[in-house]
Write a protein that binds this ligand. Sequence first.
Ligand SMILES: NC(=O)c1ccc[n+]([C@@H]2O[C@H](COP(=O)([O-])OP(=O)(O)OC[C@H]3O[C@@H](n4cnc5c(N)ncnc54)[C@H](OP(=O)(O)O)[C@@H]3O)[C@@H](O)[C@H]2O)c1
Length: 227
Amino acid sequence: MNVLITGANRGIGLGFVQHYLAQGCDVWATCRSDYGGLADIDSPRLHILQWDVISDKDERYLQAMAVPDRLDLLINNAGIYGPKKTHGQSFETVTAETMQVVFEVNCVGALKVSQLLASRVISARGVIANISSKMGSSEDNSSGGCYAYRAAKAALVIVSRSMAVDLAADGVNVITLHPGWVSTDMTNHSGLIDVATSVKGLATVIENIEQYQPGAFVAFDGKVVPY
Ligand SMILES: NC(=O)c1ccc[n+]([C@@H]2O[C@H](COP(=O)([O-])OP(=O)(O)OC[C@H]3O[C@@H](n4cnc5c(N)ncnc54)[C@H](OP(=O)(O)O)[C@@H]3O)[C@@H](O)[C@H]2O)c1
């Protein structure tokens, strides 16, 4: 099985790399510049790509990097939180620039990567998994704030659902995932679960994707997230 994961040098992305390598998959792991934890992995099945998801990559780059013609699984994991709650995502302080930057990485980035890799996922009749967050669920939002992150992750849920509808005829399954509150740099390692627990749950959801509606929003524990 061929798997491509964005934002794979640390956190949940790195956890996905370790999980799918352990399953015997060939993994294309993307990072911006720092190899991070990828540098410690010694496996002929690991292929590292330099890829900022907001940059414009093209077919020539994919061919130069020997990205295979068939991808069974694309995980759009790369994401940023943006300024911390107290420093710029409150009603009073959030700026248009913050809204745009976080939107571009968390939503547009996943769409651009999917557009570029779509023919390969279609060839494998594969899966696209978009990593959103429960913070993008309106129904779950009782605490307010976090304007940029919430809006960008909500937009990703909607984009993911459209992808699910549009690619269904090509045999591609698309799902949106919530990893839980996970101990990573993003949460200053204050999460409720560790990366391995999150990734194990998310991989099980992906494996059982046929049980869910196209474009469903599902948490690491298999529960559908209302949005
Ligand atoms: N941790 C949680 O509790 C939690 C909860 C809900 C959802 N999520 C989502 O899960 C995903 C992974 O989060 P995490 O906790 O593992 O975060 P993390 O530890 O901060 O890692 C984020 C990853 O995304 C990469 N990235 C950021 N901007 C990028 C860009 N423009 N192009 C390519 N890669 C980029 C980072 O690369 P660099 O090293 O180059 O910065 C890093 O590899 C994110 O989408 C996040 O929003 C996390």
